[in-house]
Design a protein around this ligand. Sequence first.
Ligand code: DAH
Length: 344
Amino acid sequence: MKQELETLHGKALQELGDVQDTKRLGDWRVTYLGKKSELTTLSKQMGQLDAESRPAYGQMLNELRQALEGAFATTKATIEEAEQNARLASETIDITLPGRAIEVGAVHPISEVVREIEDVFLGMGFSIVDGPEVETDHYNFEMLNLPKDHPARDMQDTFYITEELLLRTHTSPMQVRTMERMHPHVPIKVLVPGRVYRRDEDDATHSHAFTQIEGLVVDKGIRMSDLKGVLEAFAKALFGEHQRVRLRPSYFPFTEPSAEVDLVCVHCQGSGCRVCKETGWIEILGSGMVHPRVLDMAGYDSEIYSGFAFGMGPERIAMLKYGITDIRQLYQNDLRLLRQFAGV
Ligand code: DAH
């Protein structure tokens, strides 16, 4: 019987020596120490022995159980340590790896110019508002004194969605929307930046989608000299104290009189160069006194109120300011160009 226990002991230890992981260790425990193990069975059979041999055999069984439990505990500790070491090794972070640089974006040159212009006009007491890019024929044309058969509609080739709905061709409809919203209050002093759309072929100076900034002032006693003063202050703020503006007679259906506004050429300071086509001046915006019919249609009696309006293209101003010669460069989002504006 003693022999039998020793064999069992030897077999158990030998198998335990092969156990490498927690799962197999558990299996080993069930086999050699569990309820259905040989050892347990032998213990249960002890009752069949005669009273004399029982104590000695009992002691042997106890010693064997203790020996196996001790071996189990030692192996368990070894395996757990090995498993933990393996886990730690696999989770090691190599802190000598160089970090990934965080890419910092830059404000797009058009946004940059729009913000700069907004700041100038905020400083003169204007509010900034925006309006819908999908606009009605009513606001985009009719209310701006451009009835359906008006030849000036051809100046702005339009993306129509339905007969009445279109992509706005300019930010001027916001003049009317603003007057209707403000009515009957004065003064109105708003600046409206936004996207506009035209059925143009894209080339170096044209894009089918571009940006405009509209300005509108309405009050009693607004005169053309107010328009010129505001635009001159704007030109100086954006291009330097030496700047001057020149008003040239022009035509827009929604202003009377109308004027195109020129800056002293930012390239040659007026002496004449390729950029200004040797004139010394560069056109930057359209403007005029709000047409009496436009005022009246929007609810402001043109016998009492007057106003001025202007509309400019930030792309053109960005091109002048940053020496960009092709408008398409502003839309291609070539990082080599955009990166130059980081930190501007
Ligand atoms: N809406 C005109 C255009 O897109 C620009 C313009 C001209 C706006 C004169 C105005 C203005 O407010 O008074 O060509």
